[in-house]
Design a protein around this ligand. Sequence first.
Ligand SMILES: Nc1nc2c(c(=O)[nH]1)N[C@H]1C(S)=C(S)[C@@H](COP(=O)(O)OP(=O)(O)OC[C@H]3O[C@@H](n4cnc5c(=O)[nH]c(N)nc54)[C@H](O)[C@@H]3O)O[C@H]1N2
Ligand SMILES: Nc1nc2c(c(=O)[nH]1)N[C@H]1C(S)=C(S)[C@@H](COP(=O)(O)OP(=O)(O)OC[C@H]3O[C@@H](n4cnc5c(=O)[nH]c(N)nc54)[C@H](O)[C@@H]3O)O[C@H]1N2
Ligand code: SF4
Ligand SMILES: [Mo]
Length: 679
Amino acid sequence: MEQSGVFKSVCPLDCPDQCGLLLHKEDGRIVKVEGDPEHPVTKGNICNKVRHMTERIYDENRLKYPMKRVGAKGEGRFVRISWDEAISTITSRWKALVEADGPESILPYSFYGNMGLLTAEGMDRRFFNRLGASQLERSICNSAGSAGYRYTIGGSYGVDPEDTIHSKLIIFWGINAASTNMHQVALAQKARKQNGAKIVVIDVHKNQTGRLADWFIPILPGTDSALALGLMHILFAENMVDTSFLQQYTVGYEELREHVVQYDPITVSGITGVPVEDIYKLARMYGNTSPSFIRIGNGPQHHDNGGMFVRTISCLPALTGQWLLKGGGAIKGNSGYLSVNTTKLQRPRLLKNKQTRVVNMNQLGEALLSLEPPVKSLFIYSCNPAVVAPEGQKVRQGLEREDLFTVVHDLFLTESAKYADIVLPATSSFENTDIYTSYWHHYIQIQQPVIEAYGEAKSNVDVFRLLSKGMGFEDDAFAESESEMIGQALDYSSNPYLDGINFEKLVEKQFVKANVKPLFPGKLRTPSGKIELYSKRMKAYGYPPLPTYIPLVHDGDHPYQFIPAPNHNFLNSTFSNNQKHISLEKEARLHMNLDDAAAAGIVDGDQVRVWNGRGECILKVSAGENVLPGVVVSQGLWADIEGTKQLVNTLTPDRIADMGGGATFFSGRVSVEKIYSDV
Ligand SMILES: Nc1nc2c(c(=O)[nH]1)N[C@H]1C(S)=C(S)[C@@H](COP(=O)(O)OP(=O)(O)OC[C@H]3O[C@@H](n4cnc5c(=O)[nH]c(N)nc54)[C@H](O)[C@@H]3O)O[C@H]1N2
Ligand SMILES: Nc1nc2c(c(=O)[nH]1)N[C@H]1C(S)=C(S)[C@@H](COP(=O)(O)OP(=O)(O)OC[C@H]3O[C@@H](n4cnc5c(=O)[nH]c(N)nc54)[C@H](O)[C@@H]3O)O[C@H]1N2
Ligand code: SF4
Ligand SMILES: [Mo]
């Protein structure tokens, strides 16, 4: 390995932009992380949090070797052990559990702490399939929305973001793109400059993204479907629809026209809090501007009705025939274009018991506390459930169970790791070989090791190799190299967009664009091959077949709807334990409407107790006009630092959304009361 130089690389974080990076290395150490100017979409610009990535990679608190717990669960006292001892402790416990209770007594719990395919859904899947462990439904992020989009469009296929510079109207709908998809904002700014495009933001919080809009439309949480149906009402009533597109490429537009008569602007205004004249203005703007583009965010699908939200919004572009125009249409996610051969990568056939139970990751607390037969061992990797999972108190209680044998593989002693019996140190992505497929742009990228493994840290792939050896699994699947696994993942005739992309080409080029063709003219992967404004499949599954507004579930009588969203300088809970990033973010805030604050005797800067039947937090109020009355918003999944009470997920419900087993982080209600004033 070269000790100095500049190395092409890729950002490993769960962020749609998936930037190309340049790592500057001196004397064996990365000294600077910057954007790769040659990357066609991200063009050398990266976010502040990753510009400070070296502070995380070389943070003195990074885990260097395996450890076993010597203190109480949660206390954080551990002593060093060898890898041999760690692996033999785990595998002997698991062998005994398999023998006594069956393999389903073991539950893996993971997400996309690192987006590499081999890391996040490769060797781990092979291992747990072979073991026959309980399966995890990975539904914490976007599964409700993906399901809603799939019913309508047939899969995660949207516009090529590079085409959105041609758009004349760009709607950021429930996405804080300035923080979570900065290159889509850059493309929108370019469209604004070049074609005078207008940027509209629809959100419950006038955050960084709302502030850059030409027009910010505040909306009451969980009511967006009603707004979209109100727009459809006006589009049909004022004849702003593209009938020839509707006839050729959709099913059910006549039923939809009848159906939306009930969503007149006065009714919709009453539901959404959006004034009647603004509903007309937005409908006419949308009906008369082409190409128009909607970036559908993840926020509103973290509600009880989140699947139907995405289902409904994704019908809109069809009404005005946007999909035929360059830069017209929508993006919810684009992962379908880069889907790989999961049969080869993950080896589902290694799982013998096809009835193996499935645990929804949004209900981890419940699973640990009451599932029968019980979960007796938990293996957490690439995820920090003690901070990110809903019903945080239940999660903690579950992790505290003395009889639960917990292993955590991470780069840091996270809140979750403090409950582990065995902690394993993970490499950073810059120490591994892996491939990365963006869920927004159309490029696949490769990472090859740029630095040596940190201390005794090992990659996920290596850990599962060691575990399979320890368990005595002899299948060839566990002996394959990273390059072989990448080759298999890319060998996928069902996805013609990947034609010609292989390991060697990625090594040569660093990033390769999939051979993506526009969706129309063409046949979608819905049952009819068309956009399903009316969905028979939804009807068969017991949903309304037409897009419909369904109110949020009653979450108690607390006065405020609570939206605990992500923040700018962390990536979920990643960076929440790094001093640099904490100092950039300063402190955990609760945004509250001035009138609500005044009525409660609260002023800007006050500490408040935020509580409901599930738990409580202590946050500092920002009182202002950025949220509507009746709504409070926090930003950031803050670390559990001693002396603070800022784990917002102690307040969030673990109800499951309408579709896809999705999470409902934003559908909880809270009370807020002042503690003391320091102003
Ligand atoms: N800086 C940063 N970037 C990130 C992340 C991060 O934590 N930090 N996380 C990454 C991940 S895993 C994901 S999934 C994405 C998520 O990124 P986004 O798609 O931006 O989703 P969220 O940030 O969850 O929420 C987006 C917006 O939805 C709003 N919102 C909440 N409820 C409603 C509603 O009912 N209606 C409307 N119209 N708006 C509503 C919130 O106020 C917020 O502004 O970002 C990724 N990128
Ligand atoms: N209140 C609230 N809660 C939320 C959300 C919200 O908007 N509001 N958003 C939700 C969403 S959209 C998501 S996606 C989830 C995300 O939740 P998580 O998937 O838990 O994401 P992170 O908090 O970033 O934690 C990832 C962990 O993986 C570790 N890691 C990184 N790389 C590797 C690796 O190569 N190997 C191993 N073994 N570990 C690694 C990191 O150090 C970090 O501790 O959070 C959800 N929780
Ligand atoms: S977190 Fe997102 S914006 Fe920041 S460098 Fe990574 S991919 Fe780019
Ligand atoms: Mo996510």
